[in-house]
Write a protein that binds this ligand. Structure first.
Ligand code: SF4
Length: 504
């Protein structure tokens, strides 16, 4: 009889300061306990979705990554050929800017031998999917991810408005550049995240839960948990993180799907727990932790915005789009509130409409209506004017990851300005896209309310130009994509580590 596989392990450790030495010790001890040593191309993936003033608790802190890098170097017995940190941040801003703002680049300067990968500036490698329930046959990921031999996933412990939480599985959204990450970032977001698990699985996970983030993901409310949680299996790890905040991991679709596809256990009986903090003690510290899953109509109750959410197209087989436009406006308004304390006062009474909404709009002359998303559909009167908003939704099988076009922050500024200009004097405007990103929705709200614009600084001219010129160079040298072989779909990938087959 084959020997029974050891249970995946999750280690819960106390840590009450961002002291790289202390963090190094905790991570090194965990690696010893898990019997792990880095080897080959070793890649650390933090969560740096956004950073800088106002985003203080959105990202894995550089001191944390510093500690992880030291521990990896300390455990290297000569098998590690490269040590790197890589990420694609969010809301269209260049990752090099987020790394500057978070202090990650300053920290990395001390680690002269550690490479930095801004994923959107790297060659994108095609990964074929062959599992039965896949959303599509192939996706793209940056080459450093595809080639990593030892992958260290270092999320930030946070709530999330689209997916309840963002722990190990969810932070894989950052292993795609913008144009690929926004594909299926809609009603199918949870399935997309579960699909991304086939690209790579981490050998080691270490989450920054020293100061966790409640309620939302870009501007979360800080909550001190004084914890570092570590593990060697993404599902087991996410399961324990969920349980710490009182969430049933089976109720979080992307975690449940990853489990059902064989990526790891969720039941506590199948997970070995250790560390100097018990699960009950950790739960006590997290008591009252707020997750961010709230429907948009409810979210805006009591504000000057009234939201209406009709169902997405029938093909999506759902009543509400949790992974797209409605969640994006919630993140946008939270960002605006951080950057302009008068946001709610300044925004005029207005209406935002998602999906196929055919009910009444509680509209009065002088108020603005914003139809958001390709699937917005409406026929009705605003005063005397008959309004017809057509459904522009394109089925997902018409989107090809090979040809999808990305939009940088300047493209989005231009697009939004043009749109606002065209809608001048009209009672309504329509934002197209599937999804309409946080950045675009934010720009429109800034214009309508005359609000302070957080994107002005966030664009970081220096970093934007550096990113632009690097991308231009890559395009000129033909480094945009790398495909897995002469035949694309279903072909064997040339890069050894590409693709994961979970144990069933
Ligand atoms: S247009 Fe927006 S709301 Fe509609 S399906 Fe796409 S992401 Fe969801």
């Amino acid at each position: 009889m084959p020997a029974a596989q050891p249970k995946p392990k999750v280690i819960i450790r106390h840590c009450d300061e961002y002291d790289p030495q202390r963090i190094e010790t905790i991570v090194r001890e965990a690696m010893e306990e898990l019997g792990l040593r880095p080897h080959g191309r070793t890649l650390v993936k933090p969560n740096v979705v956004c950073a800088g003033e106002g985003f203080d608790h959105a990202f894995t802190r550089p001191e944390f990554v510093d500690g992880v890098l030291r521990a990896l170097q300390g455990r290297d017995d000569g098998q590690m050929t490269e040590l790197a940190v890589g990420e694609r941040c969010g809301i269209t801003i260049p990752t090099r800017y987020a790394f500057d703002q978070s202090g990650m680049n300053a920290m990395l300067k001390k680690h002269r031998k550690v490479k930095t990968y801004y994923f959107e500036e790297e060659v994108q490698v095609e990964i074929p999917y062959t599992h039965p329930s896949r959303l599509r046959d192939y996706v793209f990921t940056p080459e450093p991810v595809a080639k990593a031999d030892f992958f260290v996933n270092c999320p930030k412990f946070k709530a999330h408005p689209w997916t309840t939480v963002t722990f190990g599985n969810k932070q894989y959204i950052g292993i795609q550049d913008d144009r690929h990450r926004l594909i299926d970032h809609d009603t199918k977001l949870e399935e997309k995240i579960a699909d991304l698990q086939y690209i790579i699985q981490p050998q080691l996970l270490a989450i920054d839960a020293i100061i966790a983030g409640e309620g939302r993901m870009l501007t979360p409310i800080p909550k001190r948990l004084n914890l570092i949680i570590l593990g060697n299996n993404q599902c087991a790890f996410d399961s324990v993180c969920c349980r710490i905040i009182g969430v049933n991991p089976f109720d979080v679709p992307h975690i449940r799907l990853a489990h059902e596809r064989g990526f790891g256990p969720l039941a506590l009986a199948d997970i070995e727990l250790s560390g100097d903090v018990t699960l009950d003690e950790a739960k006590e510290r997290a008591k009252g932790f707020k997750v961010g899953l709230i429907r948009v109509e409810k979210y805006f109750e009591g504000t000057s915005i009234t939201a209406y959410a009709g169902p997405p197209p029938k093909s999506e087989q759902t009543e509400y789009c949790w992974g797209g436009c409605p969640g994006a406006i919630e993140e946008a308004i939270e960002m605006l509130r951080v950057f302009d304390a008068e946001t709610d006062k300044k925004l005029p009474r207005m209406h935002v409409v998602f999906g196929n909404y055919q009910g009444e709009l509680d509209w009065h002359p002088g108020e603005r209506v914003v139809f958001i998303g390709d699937c917005a559909e409406f026929k009705g009167k605003l005063g005397e004017e008959l309004i017809e908003v057509d459904n522009l939704y394109r089925p997902r099988n018409t989107l090809d990851p090979h040809t999808v076009q990305g939009e940088d922050i300047l493209d989005k500024v231009r697009k939004t300005r043009k749109l606002l200009k065209a809608a001048k004097g009209k009672p309504y405007l329509r934002l197209t896209g599937c999804p309409v990103s946080v950045a675009e929705q934010l720009m429109v709200l800034v214009a309508i309310g005359g609000l302070n614009d957080p994107m002005i600084d966030a664009a970081g001219v220096k970093n934007f130009l550096a990113w632009k010129s690097r991308m231009l160079l890559k395009r000129m040298t033909g480094q945009k994509y790398q495909q897995p072989g002469p035949t694309q779909r279903g072909a064997a990938a040339p890069v050894q580590s590409v693709g994961v087959t979970p144990a069933q």
